[in-house]
Design a protein around this ligand. Structure first.
Ligand SMILES: O=C(O)[C@H]1O[C@H](OP(=O)(O)OP(=O)(O)OC[C@H]2O[C@@H](n3ccc(=O)[nH]c3=O)[C@H](O)[C@@H]2O)[C@H](O)[C@@H](O)[C@H]1O
Length: 439
């Protein structure tokens, strides 16, 4: 029966952030009445029938599992399109033999959408994977999906915690690479929903790494860590050699945990793993939970915005990094990733393990970000300066990118004014033409 578990778990509803109590539906409650016409013989016949049914051997072979999953319409709480396997196979095909076949998790997310399209445009095969959760407006995620559709990127609606679905996907597509961008993002939201960070950034990551470990061939993995791992580090600019053992938020702690987990999988199973520490990525199709995005919305609506400052009026600043620069860094990391060495779940030699900063190297105060937005939107913001809350924020971030420059040829080229201009154009087009509200 143990072998049946992964198949059955496929139908289990995913209870994302903690157990729910089962409440019996009173309308279905009934009292058993003995049916008058059913004799003892009928019961005996029924009993034998059930015995035959339950004692017949389970479909324990992988072929059996495959058949079972092929007919699956639901994966966890997600619905899979009936011919998803064919679509995934086709979408994963690169244009040329030397092209990659990449699984992009979090493909309906901000960075995921951009990376998936860039890969497809240069001729790689791409399959997207996303759970379309409601952390922020699902409409935006669906619109990004439409964009991916137009670029012929097929996206599977599934959760990275769904081991059976991932196992099946790796059975049918031999991915050369996994670009893992699915995560619970946001520094401050961790105060409201801590379990969601463990669910996605720890459990989900491990489930994905297990699938990669078991895949034959094993893919090379590039994944999104975060500048937040530097936490309370005060040595600037932040170098990959600096300490990362003082996280200031649970988000940061789960990203740091991800880096350690990645190291263990690299060490034990020969998975080639590259972690990219993103620095406050912004741009068109961005995340509505981020300050530049909701400041834009609030400035346009005439709503007050809060600008945080440190103790003694210290400036709060971020190394805002434009999406196109980050995408170039992601693709360069995929190109530089060496092959995993494991097979059949066993390590056959040492595999590559890397961590790179992908920042912009020029921190900008949040107040300056606001004044740029005011100019671009031709509207004065209603500003309120407040002490930075102690809910996970850090005072500043500043990337040292010399390692990524040397090994990946990473060279960010978009300053904040140019990048925000592109964002504002997109924002006005997206919400203006569609007459939508930002949340
Ligand atoms: O690089 C990262 O690893 C992270 O980058 C991003 O986090 P942050 O750098 O904190 O971006 P964001 O929330 O936009 O706040 C920007 C600035 O505005 C300030 N801020 C914020 C809100 C507000 O009301 N007022 C304000 O001044 C605030 O104090 C801060 O100084 C991603 O969200 C995160 O998922 C992760 O990827």
């Amino acid at each position: 029966m143990a072998q049946l578990k992964p198949i059955l778990s496929h139908f289990d509803p995913i209870i994302p952030y903690g157990p729910a109590k089962f409440k019996p539906d009173k309308t279905t409650a009934y009292r058993f009445r003995f049916p008058p016409r059913i004799t003892l013989w009928s019961f005996l016949f029924l009993f034998l029938l059930l015995l035959f049914f339950f004692c017949s051997p389970p479909s324990s072979t992988s072929a059996g599992k495959r058949r079972s999953l092929q007919n699956t319409v639901f994966s966890g709480r997600h619905r899979l399109s009936p011919n998803w396997e064919t679509k995934a196979r086709n979408s994963a095909l690169p244009r040329s033999k030397s092209g990659f076949s990449v699984l992009v998790t979090g493909a309906a997310g901000f960075v995921g959408t951009h990376v998936a399209i860039a890969l497809k445009q240069r001729g790689d095969g791409v399959v997207g994977f996303d759970n379309f959760n409601n952390y922020y407006e699902i409409g935006l995620k669906k619109a990004r999906k439409s964009l991916l559709d137009r670029h012929c990127v097929f996206i599977i609606e599934g959760d990275i915690n769904d081991a059976a679905l991932l196992g099946r996907l790796f059975d049918i597509v031999h991915f050369t690479h996994v670009m893992h961008l699915a995560a619970q993002a946001g520094v401050r939201y961790a105060m409201h929903n801590p379990s969601s960070y463990i669910h996605s950034n720890v459990n989900g990551f491990v489930t994905l790494l297990e699938a990669c470990k078991n895949a034959n061939p094993q893919p090379s993995i590039v994944w999104a860590s975060s500048s937040s791992v530097y936490g309370l580090n005060s040595k600037v600019p932040f170098s990959e050699k600096d300490r990362t053992d003082q996280p200031a938020s649970l988000y940061a702690a789960t990203k740091k945990a991800g880096e350690e987990i990645a190291h263990a999988y690299n060490h034990i199973h020969g998975l080639s793993i590259t972690g990219l520490r993103f620095f406050t990525v912004y741009g068109p199709w961005g995340r509505p939970d981020m300050a530049y995005y909701f400041f834009t919305k609030d400035i346009l609506r005439g709503k007050e915005i809060k600008i945080f400052e440190g103790a003694n009026h210290a400036t709060v600043a971020r190394d805002f990094t434009y999406i196109d620069d980050v995408v170039k860094g992601c693709l360069a990391a995929l190109d530089a990733a060496k092959k995993s060495t494991g097979s059949g779940g066993k390590k056959r030699g040492d595999a590559q393990f890397k961590i790179y900063n992908l920042g912009n190297t020029s921190p900008v105060p949040v107040a300056k970000l606001v004044s740029i937005l005011e100019k671009l939107l031709k509207t004065k913001a209603k500003k309120k300066v407040l002490p930075m809350p102690t809910n996970g924020d850090v005072l500043f971030t500043h990337a040292n990118i010399s390692l990524a420059a040397k090994e990946l040829g990473y060279k960010p080229s978009t300053d904040l004014v140019t990048g925000l201009q592109k964002f504002v154009e997109w924002y006005l087009g997206y919400y203006g033409s569609k007459k939508k509200s930002a949340w």
